[in-house]
Design a protein around this ligand. Structure first.
Ligand SMILES: [Zn+2]
Length: 656
């Protein structure tokens, strides 16, 4: 990406030197703006093809591989260990033979010698935060077969990846292979703030994720995606169906991704009745109340119980287990008429009406909002778990910080469930492009929060002028980097706020809500359960909205261009001493073009708002607005609502 950009910059430097000489006679404004750099037509370096079409949607020959998993696991709460057996059915839909396969062993991040462990600094939220856990997988009994016949292979494990080297390659276009192995690992307390365990007064809470070996994605973009799990970057997984069962102490309540297949085996008869009632109820139904948590009769009188789940068309599954859980549920109404089930499990400490006592209400509202606005929620349950993870998303289940209160409870649940759409439904590569999940999600969270309960948690409008110094700081890297290549404290701006504000800008100031929403909804629909790249997104938006936005992608996503518009002069025109109008000159002083929003006030108190499209910056560094007037203009102000990232508002105003 950088090399291409330097190349383009050089090309334009040459071109621009030539065009400068023809302008040399005019007085030069002090500006860093280069219209030809901003509006070069050479943004895309590759054309669309039959795999990824020029329109930004999957092409007619788009393919992706598939991984189905069958897992049976055990939770040992004496040793804080998960052990299990996984059987993976892997289908090679690619047009390539595969002589070897790569798997992700993310738990190996918590091995004392992991590459991530060496990279993560003390004080980071990532890694094991100093715990001397003897983490990482123990894997035994690895076997590979085809149509029940054992295959010859060898394997290596390098950090968080395992390579299976096949004696005979998998054939192209649909060959199937089965991989089986036993695995176990010690559960870290702080598993990179994405899984772990927490002591509460009524028992330990286990939040279990990155817990079984998963296939790396083989795609048409780079082939095998084998970036290690270094801690900061998230995940990129294949879609498939997952059947999993977890055996845990019977006094635990265990919730997982997908559908709970055997509620009759794991609940008491009373709890089963309430569980079924919740499926019919728009109001929260308590399956186990806070008062019942310590009552032995609130769990079946057994030693262990096996909880069974199934999730279809998913890129991952996770689960949580504890004897401390209060459990609530209610029905989710989806646009098609289908129903899902909102569930929240929290310890009594987190159960207040100012906390996760409203968990189910928040889960339900969040999912109903996003389903109506963008794409219908595809899974049978949506489970919130309160624990020591500050906030982490998985398909059908999220882990949220147990100490959150009031608006933060809504905020974290809405954010983590917003991730259902990015990256659980739209399966982008988070390990490389964190902004395609965090930024998109931050953007949809804004709309969801405004809408919730007549604006109960509606925040103040973002002042983009104040935000400008953060989004155009040359020291803040830029959006298009893997999170592991960013200073940790910059991740919030680079991957969440800046891309989120970018979509707000596109929607509100550049395309308008209708064109933006149409294009964005189509992007989601066409890439649901598939693997888009950043350029697929850019193309989808440009095609759907009918607009060349390369200047915007370039300045906002690939670079940290600054924006600074200024009012340079305000001059009246007069005929016979009477005012007939004003010439207002606006200059663009920095690299980023944006539409002009100008507010003009006249002597009688009239206020006009003038909007000029970004197009005027294609060949100009300053633009003269002819304002017809028969009375005096007393003031003019650029962007009075502070909706553009103008880094220097001091030159935005003029007054008589
Ligand atoms: Zn997030």
């Amino acid at each position: 990406m950088n090399n291409q950009f330097i190349h383009k910059t050089l090309l334009f430097a040459v071109f621009f030197a030539f065009s400068l000489s023809s302008q040399a006679q005019q007085p030069a404004a002090t500006t860093n703006y280069d219209p030809h750099l901003a509006f070069s037509p050479l943004f895309y370096t590759q054309n669309g093809n039959e795999y990824r079409s020029a329109s930004g949607y999957p092409g007619p020959k788009y393919w992706q591989n598939r991984a189905d998993y069958n897992i049976s696991a055990n939770l040992d709460d004496k040793t804080n260990t998960v052990s299990g057996t996984v059987t993976i059915t892997y289908k090679n839909n690619s047009p390539d033979q595969l002589p070897y396969l790569w798997l992700q062993l993310d738990q190996n991040l918590f091995d004392q010698n992991s590459r991530g462990g060496k990279l993560i600094k003390a004080g980071s939220r990532y890694g094991a935060r100093g715990e001397k856990v003897n983490g990482g997988y123990t894997i035994t009994g690895l076997a590979v077969s085809k149509k029940s016949k054992a295959l010859k292979f060898t394997s290596i494990t390098e950090d968080t990846r395992m390579q299976i080297r096949l004696e005979d390659p998998m054939a192209a276009n649909g060959d199937l292979i089965t991989i089986k192995m036993d695995f176990s690992f010690a559960i870290p307390i702080n598993g990179s703030d994405r899984m772990g365990h927490l002591a509460t007064k009524n028992g330990e809470i286990y939040t279990i994720a990155q817990w079984f070996p998963r296939l790396c994605v083989y795609d048409d973009v780079i082939g095998w995606n084998t970036l290690p799990y270094w801690g900061a970057s998230e995940f990129y997984c294949e879609y498939g169906d997952v059947n999993f069962s977890v055996t845990a102490p019977a006094d635990h309540i265990l919730m997982g991704s997908g559908e709970l297949l055997n509620p009759q085996d794991v609940f008491t008869p009373e709890q089963l009745k309430r569980w079924n009632a919740a499926k019919q109820s728009d109001k929260t139904v308590a399956i186990r109340t806070a008062e019942e948590v310590l009552d032995p009769k609130s769990r079946p009188a057994k030693d262990k119980l096996t909880w069974k789940f199934r999730m279809e068309n998913t890129r991952d599954v996770a689960w949580a287990s504890s004897k401390s859980f209060v459990l609530d549920a209610a029905k989710i109404n989806l646009p098609s008429g289908k129903k899902s089930l909102a569930v929240s499990a929290q310890p009594v400490e987190s159960n207040g009406a100012d906390a996760y006592g409203r968990g189910v209400e928040f889960v339900k509202a969040s999912i109903e909002h996003y389903s109506g606005k963008w794409f219908e929620y595809p899974y049978p349950m949506a489970v919130n778990i309160a624990s020591n993870i500050s906030g982490m998303e998985y398909p059908g289940i999220v882990f949220c910080g147990w100490k959150a209160k009031k608006a933060s409870v809504w905020g974290v649940i809405d954010h983590e469930f917003g991730h259902t759409w990015f990256p659980m439904i739209v399966g982008s590569n988070e390990r490389k492009f964190g902004w395609m999940d965090e930024g998109f999600n931050t953007f949809i969270n804004g709309l969801s929060t405004d809408a919730f309960n007549n604006g109960e948690f509606k925040g103040k409008k973002t002042n983009l002028q104040a935000a400008a110094k953060f989004v155009s700081d040359p020291n803040k890297e830029f959006i298009m980097l893997t999170p592991d290549a960013m200073v940790e404290q910059n991740i919030g701006i680079n991957l969440y706020a800046k891309p989120g504000w970018g979509l707000d800008l596109l929607r509100q100031q550049i395309l308008g809500e209708d064109r933006f929403d149409y294009a964005f909804k189509n992007y989601i629909k066409h890439w649901a359960f598939k693997h888009p790249t950043p350029y697929d997104f850019f193309r989808s938006m440009e095609n759907g909205a009918g607009e060349d936005l390369s200047w915007f992608w370039k300045g906002w996503f690939l670079e940290n261009w600054k924006m600074d518009q200024a009012i340079t002069s305000v001059t009246p025109s007069k005929t016979g001493g009477a005012i007939t109008g004003y010439q207002i000159v606006v200059s663009n002083l920095e690299k980023m073009p944006m539409p002009i929003i100008l507010q003009i006030k006249t002597a009688s108190g009239k206020t006009d708002m003038i909007k000029i499209p970004v197009d005027v910056w294609m060949r100009n560094k300053s633009w003269t607005i002819d304002y017809p007037a028969t009375e005096e203009v007393v003031s003019a102000e650029l962007d009075p609502e502070k909706v553009l990232p103008d880094i220097n508002p001091a030159n935005n105003t003029w007054s008589k």
